[in-house]
Ligand binder design. Structure first.
Ligand code: ZN
Length: 308
């Protein structure tokens, strides 16, 4: 059963003189159609803001694609409207910081995709998000948002967080972690040793490699949550949604305590990987050790060489 389109497409088309479709197509056709798409995207953004977009989110939009509204163009217009709308909201939360980020990272030009159920940008979005409300694809440097999974009350926080991933440079860590030569070396060391027989040099090689992995995972999340809370720190009147309420007490802490607390929370919630070379032997044991060291270091307030 189809969902009813939540926006009044036909009225918009009539307003723009696009219904019925003029024959033959006049020269002004393309920009006018584009305007109509923008107008519809605007209506969708407004509905989302009021919490009136149906629960199935973009799925409900598939009934909106009546000629000459194309799914691809409407998708582009929606992405653009949601990005610009989000940016102008988070600018209000921290104008100073926003300007710095805007100059340094050109956040206005971030690739941004709103996920829908109607077949727009579907494959890549699904791969990045799986069940997550939002995510960042490091390869295509694209932010993804699943509109059906992000409630309005959490949107800004999640947007700031994903933007934090956009500006957090982990490419070098990814390259080093995936370097075939290093991985081969790691596997050899792991296969020929027990945790007790590991030489100092081999231990160091494994630890360096594990630190690259932690910088892609746990430590990246730590940096980006630190950034998120830092960005929000002046927003004392901000109303947090139920899923981001845990951030509220952090705003009142001093920076060091806050960073330690965020680490403790993430450390508790992010388990070690268990696949492939992490399933057995030297590597998972060494990872446990390195995480204990890291935990002790950070929770004692020693953040040196960890923060950019
Ligand atoms: Zn994250």
């Amino acid at each position: 059963m189809g969902h009813a389109c939540p926006i009044d497409v036909n009225t918009t088309l009539k307003d723009f003189g696009l219904s019925p479709i003029p024959q033959p197509l006049p020269i002004w056709w393309s920009p006018v159609v584009w305007k109509a798409h923008e107008n519809l995207a605007n209506q969708i953004w407004n509905l989302y803001n009021k919490g009136e977009l149906p629960a199935q989110g973009m799925d409900s939009l598939k009934d909106c694609f009546v000629e000459p509204i194309s799914d691809v163009r409407l998708s582009q217009a929606i992405n653009d409207r949601f990005l610009q709308g989000s940016l102008s909201e988070i600018k209000k939360i921290n104008p100073k910081k926003f300007d710095v980020l805007s100059q340094k990272y050109r956040i206005e030009n971030m690739a941004f995709r709103v996920l829908d159920g109607a077949g727009l940008d579907h494959k890549e979005a699904k791969a990045v998000l799986s069940d997550l409300p939002a995510g960042f694809n490091i390869e295509t440097r694209t932010l993804f948002f699943n509109i059906s999974n992000v409630s309005r009350s959490e949107w800004n926080v999640i947007f700031i967080h994903e933007m934090g991933h956009f500006i957090d440079p982990i490419e070098d860590h990814i390259e080093a972690f995936n370097n075939p030569k290093t991985v081969h070396q790691i596997d050899l060391i792991s296969a020929n040793n027990t945790i007790e027989s590991l030489s100092v040099d081999d231990g160091r090689i494994i630890d360096e490699w594990l630190m690259h992995g932690l910088n892609i995972g746990l430590l990246a999340e730590w940096r980006v949550w630190n950034f998120t809370v830092d960005y929000l720190s002046n927003a004392t009147n901000y109303t947090f949604g139920p899923r981001s309420k845990w951030l509220q007490p952090l705003l009142k802490m001093n920076i060091l305590d806050r960073k330690m607390k965020i680490f403790a929370i993430l450390d508790n919630n992010i388990p070690d990987p268990t696949t492939e070379r992490f399933s057995d032997g030297v590597i998972p044991k060494r990872l446990k050790q390195i995480r204990i060291k890291l935990r002790n270091k950070i929770l004692s307030g020693d953040l040196q060489n960890l923060q950019r």
